[in-house]
Every structure is written in structure tokens, then in C-alpha cells.
Write a protein that binds this ligand. Structure first.
Ligand SMILES: [Zn+2]
Length: 235
């Protein structure tokens, strides 16, 4: 396998492990102390469901996410699962009233442009594996993005919100596939909240209850909140 796959630390390039020892330590250093927690974009777009994140999108976390999605390093999925699964489990356990049949986990869809660039759907693969690891969570990929949306990665923050308005759709029968169960949306990153908001809008238009959202990492402009909703500055 060493001959067939790019090997070496996804963050520093050191040959050998997917993520070397020192970079693993640094990776945990970018995670919120005490585990995943609620984060809030600033400004927060009205209608955004509550969001749980595990880490700040910086340093090793940012490099690992980028390498996984855009450099073909699909071998990093297990590393990212270590960050995503606890956040998803926390969010699933916090849904009130607690759904007897569990929650439905819906990945934020990849734009056709990003899919062409990547050749596959790394986010969907990550979210499906995370849902499998959380008891009671059922994975349903029911959202798609219309052709006119540009690749979000290529846009500035204000252009992202405009680019996404009204472009997501629920697949035919997708709303019924939830059978009334609450949905948790999952994306890799929280930046402005525009992507999660558009995904929530599309689901709500089909009568789906969006209980919350989960991301691996949030940009620094999305400070974590404590249980009282008070914004705290970390780092
Ligand atoms: Zn390294």
C-alpha cells in the first residue's frame, strides 16, 4: 500500500503515519477543551439551527480536513471520525423531546462543481461512517445542490450566502424518508452558517424538523458558547 498511496503525515509530510505523533498532539490542541460544544456564527443568520463543533478550524485540523477532501487523502477518514463522532453523539443525545426512533443524519450536499473536482463524495462518506457509529442514528443523503451553485470553496464569505440561496433540494420522497423523525445536518465546517442555513431551509420546506447541526470544526469567528448561551473567547 505504501507504493500505491501517498504516505506521510497529512499535516507536516513526515513519512510514515497518516498523522504523525506530534501533529496528533497538535490536532487535539485545536479541539475545544472538555469536548464538542455549541458554537455560534457571528453574525448568526436567523433560522440557523443550533450547531455543535469539536474543534477550531485551524492548524492541523484545517490541514487534515483539506487533505481529506481536496488532496485525495481518503485514508484520513478515521482520524476525522475521531473528531466528528463525539460531536454527533452529543447533538443526537441533546435532541428534545428525545425521539424514540432516533435521529436522522443528513449530510450537507456537495455542489456538482466540487464533486467534479474531487471525483467522489468524501464528506458524504465521512458522515455515513459517523452516523453508523452513533446508536439510533440513521443516515439519509436526501439533499442535492442545483447546477447553478458555484464551488463554495472558491468564494468569499459574502458571496457564499448569495450563491447558496434556494439552490438545495430534497430528493423526491426524501421528506417522507424521515418518518417524522428529527434531523441533524452534518457538514465539515462552520464558517458563516450560510450552507447549513440553506440545507435547513430545504428540509423545512418539506416539513422536516431540523433539530440541529454538527460540524467537525468552526472558524474562529464562531466562538463556542457555554450552557447559558454566553459567548466565550477561546484562543
Ligand atoms: Zn506531522
Amino acid at each position: 500500500m505504501d507504493l500505491a498511496l501517498p504516505v506521510g503525515c497529512a499535516s507536516c509530510g513526515h513519512p510514515g503515519a497518516r498523522v504523525c505523533g506530534p501533529c496528533r498532539t497538535a490536532l487535539w490542541g485545536w479541539c475545544y477543551p472538555g469536548g464538542p460544544r455549541a458554537v455560534l456564527p457571528d453574525p448568526c443568520p436567523p433560522g440557523l439551527p443550533p450547531v455543535v463543533a469539536t474543534a477550531v478550524n485551524d492548524g492541523v485540523v484545517r490541514r487534515v480536513l483539506h487533505a481529506y477532501k481536496d488532496e485525495g487523502r481518503r485514508d484520513l477518514r478515521d482520524t476525522l471520525l475521531e473528531l466528528l463522532v463525539p460531536a454527533l453523539a452529543l447533538a443526537a443525545g441533546a435532541v428534545r423531546p428525545a425521539p424514540r426512533e432516533g435521529v436522522v443524519v443528513v449530510p450537507v450536499p456537495t455542489s456538482p462543481a466540487a464533486r467534479r473536482r474531487r471525483g467522489d463524495r468524501p464528506l458524504e462518506q465521512l458522515v455515513a461512517a459517523a452516523a453508523e457509529a452513533v446508536p439510533g442514528a440513521a443516515y439519509r443523503s436526501v439533499l442535492s445542490v442545483g447546477g447553478r451553485a458555484a464551488d463554495q470553496a472558491l468564494l468569499g464569505q459574502e458571496a457564499r450566502a448569495v450563491n447558496l440561496q434556494g439552490v438545495m433540494r430534497v430528493a423526491a420522497g426524501g421528506g417522507e424518508a424521515m418518518s417524522g423523525r428529527p434531523v441533524l445536518l452534518v457538514d465539515d465546517l462552520l464558517t458563516t452558517g450560510a450552507t447549513l442555513l440553506e440545507a435547513a431551509r430545504a428540509l423545512r420546506a418539506e416539513g422536516v424538523v431540523v433539530a440541529g447541526a454538527v460540524v467537525v470544526a468552526a472558524t474562529r469567528r464562531n466562538p463556542p458558547r457555554d450552557a447559558l448561551g454566553i459567548v466565550r473567547r477561546v484562543r
